[in-house]
Design a protein around this ligand. Structure first.
Ligand code: TYD
Length: 199
């Protein structure tokens, strides 16, 4: 099993790339499992709705996201390459406001079994200009996304910190999200080959 994760702000093109990768794996007959956080199974998808539609305080959110995460991993059935649409980095990026939040999140990350620590994380880095252009084109966000829209700089900085924090053997790959979707897809495939996740 190889785990990889996709991270990035809303409108970063993360979902498009996950869809392209899924197609690629099917075409090449490469076994894969795709999951998303919060959610990932029937019960947790119900919890996803509650988490994303309510107005919980930040400490509760950290614990809800990790509870959902540990629950998913405890009964996780995987096949081949496992692709996470968001993982623990999202909690670090979004719910990390204070030093106390940060310590708590890092401690919770340490509780994740090392087999689930991604080998590669693709982070789609976007500048504010691209964000605003895409926002104007695509329109409304859901409630949860809106809540963090004004927090772009903080979240960007947190992702940037993550690129420097060593977590197991994972390699954190920052991708310029303003490039075309074809170029980004190629960059992802190139990295999967380079790090020997696929031939
Ligand atoms: P996402 O999966 O990107 O859903 P959508 O594509 O429908 O926007 O993310 C849902 C939201 O959850 C997003 O605003 C980021 C947030 N999130 C956190 O704040 N912390 C977390 O730990 C996770 C996993 C997600």
């Amino acid at each position: 099993m190889h785990v990889i994760s996709f991270e990035g702000f809303e409108y970063s093109g993360k979902s498009t790339q996950i869809a392209l990768l899924k197609k690629f794996f099917i075409k090449k007959k490469i076994a894969s499992t795709f999951t998303r956080e919060p959610g990932g199974n029937k019960d947790l998808e119900k919890i996803r709705k509650i988490i994303l539609q309510s107005d919980f305080d930040n400490l509760s959110l950290i614990l809800f996201f990790f509870a959902s995460r540990f629950s998913l991993l405890s009964s996780f059935k995987s096949n081949g390459i496992v692709v996470f649409d968001r993982f623990f980095d999202s909690t670090y990026a979004y719910q990390n406001f204070t030093t106390r939040d940060k310590q708590l999140i890092l401690n919770l990350i340490k509780q994740i079994h090392k087999k689930y620590i991604p080998r590669l994380t693709f982070y789609f880095k976007m500048n504010r200009k691209t964000l605003l252009e895409r926002k104007n084109k695509r329109g409304a966000l859901n409630k949860f996304d809106k809540k963090y829209l004004g927090d772009f700089a903080r979240i960007q900085k947190n992702y940037n910190d993550l690129s420097k924090i060593k977590i197991g053997k994972r390699i954190f790959i920052t991708i310029d999200a303003s490039q075309s979707k074809e170029l980004i897809h190629e960059e992802i495939i190139r990295n999967l080959k380079k790090w020997k996740l696929i031939k």
